[in-house]
Design a protein around this ligand. Structure first.
Ligand SMILES: C[S@@+](CC[C@H](N)C(=O)[O-])C[C@H]1O[C@@H](n2cnc3c(N)ncnc32)[C@H](O)[C@@H]1O
Length: 352
């Protein structure tokens, strides 16, 4: 294949286009997108000058132009199977079934699916099994791996499961090149902005904070009404109020996963130089997902928080895009032709 020709992909359940931001700079070209949420569509249109098609259940899949890769970060739904391995027919009635129909009709070379870690355990692992089996039923070799954003150059502990299916061979996840060093949250903070600080009486810092294996450093919590109900002395740190979103994190570590359910951006960080606690800004949330500074963000902050929490870590998908190109779309090196060795002609007299 011609290495300079962009590899065509379709962006299904496109959200605000996180996958597209990671794939296009690596030599891919998006030929079709689909997303039914009007707020996501508006952001997508602003950033990519293209409005995605709407509800996947309503589109005419025959009209999707030719492409080599299908990419989808799809919503997780249970499949009501009764133990029968009916292949992709098991997925009927779900959004995943519509992905399968596109795959069956268009037979892309590669399929990339992304989901929350919980997909692995959803419905006691049955949902995941059905997905893998459905892809195999469609003729694909399937592999998957949990990948963490913090291993790909952003200070966020964010695990997502990535499934890569291909018609030719299994994708080798071990070839992905994670970054040697995880950046610290402090390297991603903006210098100026409309910062929202907490008053000192609104939070409590803990003594001797420790870095967790995940890279998070929990340094304190926001004081909540629970104190009024009374709490045993010295057990404050065990209290339910320490659950997200009441925690405060050190900027010397990484940030926890930005969830899609959070619409008011209750993410708090402690700034040791100022000895103050402030909210992570919306702009900083997009930065720790790897979005470029010139990305157009939805003007309504609760929409913008939801959208970033639903999206993907851009440097991670960029590395995936690079490796997919290497493994499935690079011209196979043909072994150098053996030179035809000329017989050494020895004068017959010498052999006698
Ligand atoms: C997990 S998010 C994917 C986000 C995306 N990867 C990004 O970078 O922003 C799933 C998306 O599927 C969209 N969606 C849900 N049901 C849909 C449907 N029936 N048709 C099209 N899109 C749908 C949601 O609006 C949501 O934006």
């Amino acid at each position: 294949m011609n290495e300079n020709k962009p590899i065509k992909f379709i962006d299904i359940f496109a959200g605000i286009g996180g996958f597209r931001l990671g794939f296009e700079p690596v030599g891919y070209h998006c030929v079709y997108s689909c997303e039914n949420n009007p707020h996501c569509q508006a952001v997508y249109t602003q950033n990519f000058a293209e409005t995605p098609a709407g509800d996947i259940t309503q589109i005419d899949i025959k009209k999707i132009p030719d492409f080599s890769i299908l990419i989808a970060g799809f919503p997780c739904q249970p499949f009501s199977i009764c133990g029968k391995r009916a292949g992709f027919n098991d997925t009927r009635g779900t959004l995943f079934f519509h992905i399968c129909q596109i795959i069956q009709l268009h037979q892309p070379t590669v399929v990339i699916l992304e989901n929350v870690k919980h997909l692995l355990h959803h419905d006691q692992g049955r949902t995941f099994d059905v997905i893998l089996y459905a892809l195999e039923d469609l003729g694909y070799q399937v592999n998957y791996k949990l990948l963490n954003a913090k291993d790909f150059g952003v200070p966020q502990n964010r695990e997502r499961v990535f499934i890569v299916a291909s018609l030719s061979q299994k994708f080798d996840f071990t070839k992905l090149e994670p970054n040697a060093v995880t950046p610290k949250l402090k390297e991603y903070l903006v210098e100026t902005g409309d910062f929202e600080y907490l008053n000192p009486e609104e939070y409590t810092l803990i003594e001797n904070p420790k870095k967790q294996d995940s890279g998070l450093i929990f340094v304190g919590y926001r004081n909540k009404g629970i104190w009024r109900k009374g709490i045993r002395p010295n057990t404050k740190h065990l209290s339910r109020v320490h659950r997200q979103p009441n925690r405060i994190y050190s900027i010397e570590g990484v940030h926890p996963t930005l969830p899609s359910q959070e619409t008011s951006g209750r993410f708090f960080i402690y700034l040791p130089d100022e000895n103050r606690v402030r909210k992570l800004t919306l702009q900083e949330c997009y930065k720790i997902m790897g979005f470029p500074d010139d990305f157009y963000i939805h003007p309504n902050s609760s929409e913008a928080y939801k959208q970033v929490g639903n999206s993907v870590c851009i440097p991670l998908v960029k590395e995936l895009a690079h490796q997919i190109k290497q493994q499935f779309f690079s011209p196979v090196e043909t072994p150098a032709k053996k030179e035809h060795r000329q017989p050494i002609l020895v004068p017959i007299q010498q052999l006698l």
